[in-house]
Design a binder for this molecule. Structure first.
Ligand code: FPP
Length: 241
């Protein structure tokens, strides 16, 4: 696997759309949840790989605002997997220096899960090795709408003037306000869509769509993509001399 010293100009913030758990399970004649459990193991390995790859921020799409439309048994299975993941991994994440944050709208999540999320955020709040952000009940449009609502409330309360609202102001109201924008967005499973993920934040991100299904996405493949990013010519719309 790539070592940090080999990676120059690597992405500091990588966001991943972890897709393909269902197809991975189906190919093995197993229920979809079997694929999600295998996906959770890959989350663990790939989070661990970040430090060696020089990836300081990793943001993963675990559950979208659209995912509620899945069957009730898949949704409750996923919610129980998230609870399990937090319970099982909390200490390891804390001890490995990972700071965990959650983004997305919490209102639809159950109280037990919210309490675990709060606890994990709190117990890793002093960490700074790797910043893991888990998007749960997250949708980019929903996030912008919620941000705009809060911004409008501040305008109504006289805390902000309409003429002061600009590209610097709005992101302060987004769930990701403490994070840098992603440099690289990876989507697994061969679909070339961004599916409402980090819409505002990914304006200048590079995209990498790979055919691998998420439960097969190894730290080695992750490392190769991170290394190839360093070789890209990124100009942010400018022509560099
Ligand atoms: C998409 O695959 C995946 C999800 C909607 C869930 C992502 C969840 C995990 C990777 C599990 C663990 C996550 C954490 C943070 C513990 P899909 O079901 O849409 O696959 P398909 O397109 O093949 O049906």
């Amino acid at each position: 696997m790539a070592s940090e010293s080999e990676i120059t100009n690597g992405p500091k913030h990588v966001a991943i759309i972890m897709d393909g758990n269902g197809r991975w399970a189906q190919a093995r004649g197993r229920p979809r949840l079997f694929g999600h459990h295998a996906g959770a193991k890959r989350v663990k390995q790939n989070v661990r790989a970040c430090k060696g790859l020089g990836v300081k921020y990793l943001t993963i799409f675990a559950f979208s605002t659209e995912n509620w439309k899945r069957t009730q048994s898949e949704v409750s299975g996923l919610m129980s997997l998230f609870r399990q993941y937090i319970r099982r991994e909390a200490r390891g994440l804390r001890d490995e220096g990972v700071r965990v944050r959650f983004i997305g709208d919490r209102v639809k999540l159950d109280d037990k899960l919210i309490a675990l999320m709060d606890e994990l955020e709190l117990m890793t709040a002093q960490n700074d090795e790797v910043h893991l952000t888990i998007a749960l009940n997250y949708g980019g449009r929903d996030e912008v709408a919620r941000a705009t609502k809060r911004l409008a409330q501040d305008v109504a309360a006289g805390l902000l003037k309409p003429q002061d609202v600009d590209e610097e102001t709005l992101p302060k109201y987004l769930d990701t306000y403490v994070l840098p924008d992603p440099d690289l967005v990876i989507r697994t499973s061969g679909e070339a869509r961004i599916s409402n993920f980090l819409l505002w934040q990914s304006a200048y991100a590079e995209y990498e769509f790979v055919d691998t299904l998420w439960p097969d996405f190894s730290p080695e493949e992750f490392g190769k993509i991170v290394k190839s990013y360093g070789r890209r010519d990124r100009r942010f719309g400018a022509v560099l001399a």
